[in-house]
Design a protein around this ligand. Sequence first.
Ligand code: GRF
Length: 207
Amino acid sequence: MTDRKTTRIAVLISGRGSNLRALIDACAAPDFPAEIVCVLSNKPDAGGIAHAEKAGIPVEIVWQKDYTSKAEFESAMLAALGQYPVDLICLAGFMRILSPNFIARWPDRILNIHPSLLPDYKGLDVHERVVADKCAESGCSVHFVVPETDAGPVIVQERVPVLPDDTPDTLAARILAREHVAYPKAVRLFAEGKLLVRGNSVAIQED
Ligand code: GRF
């Protein structure tokens, strides 16, 4: 939580960066209480880098292949992020699991977006599993990051129906559109200091 008027965000990506773009667009609104101060990619060819460059946001590339251990890779990420005044880290399709040590550096200050209604369907290949299980509903969750993957307190969820003829791709597209709403919503709540973490749940303070 922060009482600063503007929360300064580092967005970590590995891929196409559509959630990054949604956050860039949200931050462009004059009344949005956050700004993106850097984008860090662990892949030099991540499509999302172009979104950051177009918006004039500094990009840091920390490629795990350049390091011999996870600890060195994470030290390099910390050094890269340390150049910016970061209040909040947003994982947006960042495909590396962060160590407990890294997470402990940012207690209740790392968010992630996951394309399921957590705690259901943690992990990978979510849409394949949801379609195979013939679920009636799915969605996305923005949550605080804790050492256990996809297990932290949930801040915002958006729900969509799963249609009888859905494929994993059609379902993913329907959910992605809601992700682009959910992530800015969660960042706004964080930036406005409205999130109270109590154990593994989040209470949202009313105005
Ligand atoms: C999203 O579906 C997000 O939920 C998951 O990874 C995907 C990233 O997409 N964690 P993008 O790179 O933001 O377009």
